[in-house]
Ligand binder design. Structure first.
Ligand SMILES: [Zn+2]
Length: 64
């Protein structure tokens, strides 16, 4: 998987980020139905304004 670099927050211009992970009921599912098909989501969150500046599914292969 490609590494995505985020230089600064597009909303407030801050350069300090943290990552958060979203599991369970917050999982995003591909169109194929099935309990085991979901993937946790990783969010990159701006520490200054709290905006989620980037989100991705961790188990990308489930969507391919
Ligand atoms: Zn921000």
């Amino acid at each position: 998987m490609k590494e995505i670099k985020i230089e600064e927050c597009p909303y407030c211009g801050a350069k300090d980020f943290t990552t958060g992970h979203q599991y369970a009921q917050g999982c995003v599912y591909p169109e194929l139905w099935g309990l085991r098909l979901g993937s946790p989501i990783e969010h990159t969150i701006c520490k200054e304004c709290g905006s989620i500046v980037h989100s991705r599914v961790i188990k990308l292969e489930k969507f391919k």
